[in-house]
Ligand binder design. Structure first.
Ligand SMILES: Cc1ncc(COP(=O)(O)O)c(C=O)c1O
Length: 393
């Protein structure tokens, strides 16, 4: 038997990470610009970085910390959750990013044979987290055709059918669509989950990334787990800090979460937790100030996508993404992405990676406006050619 056959079926049957494929495309196309990766162009607040420089040689920075996170950071986050998110009955566990938070939750809440629910188009890493932990019964619900908001009528039916899903996952605002979930819909989804006895996991990675006066809201309950991230808001992608706000009153949950945490990171990197705390001290107004300029990028890219026609582009009310339907004649999104990269030097994410074939995801967070204009020019030219003449070689 070759080595290949000895690998775990769970992992072999997990999708390949789309970002790895995209990085290969980027490497193979000289000078290609990326509208692919879900990143922001800014760095953490300067004063926070200055403070962190002074603590690298403190002995505590090199030791393990408590599994749940540094007490001072947890305290600051508890205050933030109360003041900004109106979550008053939640405890905090600091993780090495929101992705690790999600895996912790899947491991603590689900067994391999459980049914779970997500909505298309979904965040690919969450789908992979289910697959990687052995879960195969993943129901992908539809979004409203106009708004892409999760279809709560569909969810109601699914939650009243055996086997009742153990966990429902939503992302607000969404990746890959940038669609936000208004409070009444969030409440309805929560009530349906509560009635069915299902967990609801809400990924709030893009809580600050809201535009046009829309407001992000959170919801609390003994069946709700809220996930947050420092990555995009504070430009801390590589520092790896996220957190779970879990219901304090739900008996036994903290103990089970701690088992998983103790076996994966033990604790999130101490130096990163300190930077997270210093960044919180700088305050969320700093984040809002960074985010407000992204609207310009969104408008620039909306114009670049205009060759796809009226109604082809959706989402973008929040997060850093636009979601665009490709022309009917060119529904192989991977092929279109490769062609755009090779011929026009601009890279997007194929929608198939998120359960949305025939579409592409465009990120407007990673480039400053001048660079974004440059990428947009290439994209517009490419799409005009695609629509008029097809994938000319
Ligand atoms: C919806 C969503 N959740 C989680 C993550 C991962 O965040 P982190 O860097 O905190 O692991 C991302 C990153 O793109 C995301 O878009």
């Amino acid at each position: 038997m070759g080595t290949y056959m000895k690998l775990a079926k769970r992992v072999l049957e997990t999708e390949s990470p789309v970002m790895v494929q995209i990085q290969e495309i980027l490497r193979s196309c000289k000078d290609a610009v990326s509208l692919a990766q879900g990143v922001v162009y800014w760095q953490p607040p300067e004063e926070a970085l200055e403070k962190v420089k002074k603590i690298v040689d403190e002995p505590l920075t090199s030791r393990y910390g408590g599994d749940e996170g540094l007490p001072a950071l947890r305290e600051a986050l508890t205050k933030k959750l109360q003041e900004e998110n109106k979550l008053y009955k939640s405890s905090v566990m600091v993780t090495a990013g929101a992705n690790q938070a999600f895996v912790n939750l899947v491991l603590a809440l689900c067994d391999a044979e459980d049914r779970v629910v997500m909505f298309a188009p979904y965040y690919f890493n969450s789908y992979m987290s289910f697959q990687m932990t052995g879960i195969t019964d993943i129901l992908v619900g539809p979004g409203d055709p106009k708004t892409l908001q999760p279809d709560a009528d569909w969810l109601e039916k699914v939650l009243s059918t055996e086997p009742v899903p153990k966990l429902v996952n939503i992302v607000n605002p969404g990746n890959p669509s940038g669609t936000y979930i208004p409070e009444p819909l969030l409440k309805r989804i929560s009530d349906l989950c509560k009635k069915a006895g299902s967990w609801l996991v809400v990924d709030n990675t893009y809580e600050y990334f809201m535009y046009d006066g829309l407001k992000h809201t959170c919801i609390e309950g003994d069946h709700i787990l809220n996930v947050f991230s420092f990555s995009k808001a504070y430009g801390m992608m590589g520092w790896r800090v996220g957190y779970i706000a879990y219901p304090t009153e739900t008996k036994g949950l903290a103990e089970q979460l701690l088992k998983v945490q103790d076996n994966i990171p033990i604790c999130a990197p101490i130096v990163s937790q300190r930077l997270a705390l210093f960044s919180l001290e700088t305050g969320s107004d700093w984040v809002r100030n960074q985010v407000k300029d992204l609207v310009k990028n969104r408008e620039i890219l909306l114009d670049a996508l205009s060759p796809l026609g009226v109604g082809a582009v959706k989402g973008g009310e929040g997060a850093i993404y636009l979601w665009a339907k490709l022309p009917d004649k060119h529904q192989d999104d991977f092929e279109v992405v490769r062609w755009l990269a090779k011929r026009h030097g601009v890279v997007l994410i194929p929608g198939s990676a998120s359960g949305g074939p025939g579409c592409v995801r465009v990120s407007f967070g990673g480039l400053k406006d001048g660079d974004c204009e440059f990428a947009a020019l290439r994209l517009k030219k490419g799409l005009e050619e695609l629509v008029k003449h097809g994938m000319v070689q």
